[in-house]
Design a binder for this molecule. Structure first.
Ligand code: SF4
Ligand SMILES: [Zn+2]
Length: 132
């Protein structure tokens, strides 16, 4: 992790959302709409700046610091900030479904090895579903 951007282990004890239902912060699907309860708690949070900055650099999902995942994506695109997840620091090798997802995330065409791994995983999943 980038040590210049402190994470929740540093500021999390001051987070106003402590103890709140995590589902509010991790919506299904694209999660473009931030629930009012989240907007309100973030606005009053003493660590909103730290939270937002951290999430901009490290969190691909969820509402953080009053921003949605989609808003942060747009800011990254506009500013050239690169998301640094544990996975992007130690990227999955090509020929895996995780690497396929990464191709998709960064918007390039998945390489043949990754496409094959993805198809394999997907087909296996459907077969397992049909069998159950
Ligand atoms: S800004 Fe919002 S999400 Fe971040 S710690 Fe504060 S209340 Fe939680
Ligand atoms: Zn690949």
């Amino acid at each position: 992790m980038d040590t210049s951007v402190p994470g929740p282990e540093v500021w999390g004890s001051s987070a106003a959302c402590r103890g709140m239902d995590a589902d509010l912060f991790y919506p299904e699907g694209r999660g473009a709409v931030i629930p009012l309860a989240v907007i309100e708690v973030c606005e009053g949070c003493p660590v909103i700046e730290q939270c937002r900055t951290y999430a901009l650099h490290h969190e691909a999902k969820g509402h953080w610091g009053g921003t949605s995942a989609y808003q942060r994506l747009r800011v990254r695109q506009a500013t050239g900030i690169r998301l640094k997840t544990p996975e992007s620091v130690e990227p999955a090798p090509h020929g895996t479904d995780a690497a396929y997802q990464r191709h998709q995330r960064v918007g390039d065409l998945p390489c043949p090895a990754c496409t094959e791994a993805h198809t394999r995983r997907h087909t296996g999943y459907r077969r397992a579903q049909m069998a159950s």
